[in-house]
Design a protein around this ligand. Structure first.
Ligand code: TC6
Ligand code: NDP
Length: 291
């Protein structure tokens, strides 16, 4: 491999499409599932799995080319219909248009998976005000616009619904991504709050926190940081995108009918043991060294 060889992470599309199913085919027949950030990584795996289970898909993200490539796979995998709507989730009016298009096309949305998000690794002291706002806007405000729009439409139509928000394992803090850690903790407690407020409408809201999941998202981290990601949990390995997709389907299928307001960590035990640095580890933390 040369320095110019592009590095790819996780399954390629063909391998992802062929992974063994742990759910019954047809489980989501007749249902419409919306997945944000479906053009890559975890979001693509989630969309692939729902398509294989018979759902019709509404997919969004900012990059149309990535979404179009995903759409072709979704149809091949068994989704009877797919709506592709490029959307920046930070723009509430674009989110409203996404829902207008989905209801116009399908007349319903049953499941919403808010997977779109991300951050850049940076020591907290070095995060600029603009960078802080960009990450909080993306992960907290964008997710809120999506959930709010979904729930309003379910309430007005008198229909039930299920939301899953993808967050991260914020419980022990997350060195190098303070902005995202703060935003994802906020999303989690927002979710717990509306899980109660929206229960009378038959709307369930849960979160999934991926640990270290080998995906396209790895490209945003330095090779030195990536090389130590597997030290982030006691299983000493990465998870994969299907681990997250299976957790999301568990929560939104009949298996999750009585699960509401929950945070499901899919992290190999990383919140209990492990060390995860997304930026270089300060010498202070190396035994025997002083700062
Ligand atoms: C195992 C490890 C855990 C893995 C977890 C994962 O989530 S994996 C998944 C990983 N996947 C992802 O995280 C994917 C999604 N991530 C993203 O799209 C971006 O990281 C985003 C969240 C900033 C949004 O982007 P956007 O298009 O809205 O923003 P923009 O580009 O216009 O920038 C706005 C401002 O932010 C600042 N700033 C931005 N980048 C950097 C940087 N590298 N350096 C420093 N600062 C940076 C800068 O101030 C910039 O303004 P400026 O100075 O340019 O005028
Ligand atoms: N991989 C991991 O180890 C972990 C991942 N996560 C979270 O899982 C989710 C998926 O990450 P992963 O698949 O790994 O990485 P990717 O970078 O591949 O996925 C991020 C996705 O979010 C979309 N996105 C980002 N911002 C916006 C926006 N403003 N509007 C619409 N779409 C947006 C991107 O689409 P586009 O480029 O088209 O805009 C992209 O498809 C993210 O929220 C991530 O933070 C959390 C913990 C660990």
């Amino acid at each position: 491999m040369t320095a110019d060889t592009p590095v790819s992470f996780g399954f390629d599309d063909a391998a992802l499409a062929a992974l063994p199913l742990v759910y019954q085919p047809g489980l989501f027949d007749g249902q419409v599932v919306m997945v944000s950030g479906a053009g890559s990584g975890i979001g693509k795996a989630i969309a692939f799995l729902y398509a294989r289970l018979g759902a019709r898909l509404v997919i969004c993200g900012r990059d149309r080319a990535k979404l179009d490539a995903c759409e072709a796979w979704l149809r091949r995998l068994g989704s009877p219909d797919v709506l592709v709507q490029p959307t920046d989730i930070r723009r509430s009016e674009a989110v409203a248009q996404l829902f207008d298009a989905a209801y116009q096309r399908f007349g319903r949305v049953d499941v919403q998976v808010n997977n779109a998000g991300g951050q850049f690794p940076k020591a907290a002291l070095d995060i600029s005000p603009k960078g802080w706002k960009a990450v909080v806007d993306n992960n907290l405000n964008g997710t809120w616009f999506m959930m709010h729009e979904a729930a309003k439409r379910w309430r007005d139509a008198g229909k039930p619904g299920s939301i899953v928000n993808i967050v991260l394992t914020f419980q022990r803090g997350f060195p190098g991504v303070a902005h995202s850690c703060a935003a994802r903790a906020a999303v989690t407690y927002l979710s717990k709050t509306v899980a109660v407020e929206w229960a009378p409408y038959g709307i369930r809201v849960n979160c999934v926190a991926p640990g270290v999941i080998e995906s396209s998202g790895f490209a945003h981290y330095a090779p030195e940081a990536r090389a130590k990601f597997s030290r982030g949990n006691p299983m000493l390995r990465h998870g994969n995108v299907q681990d997250i997709a299976n957790a999301v389907v568990y929560l939104t299928g009949p298996s999750g009918d009585f699960v509401n307001g929950e945070l499901l960590n899919v992290d190999g035990g990383g919140i209990l043991w492990g060390e995860l640095w997304t930026i270089p580890k300060p010498a202070y933390f190396n035994a025997g060294q002083t700062p």
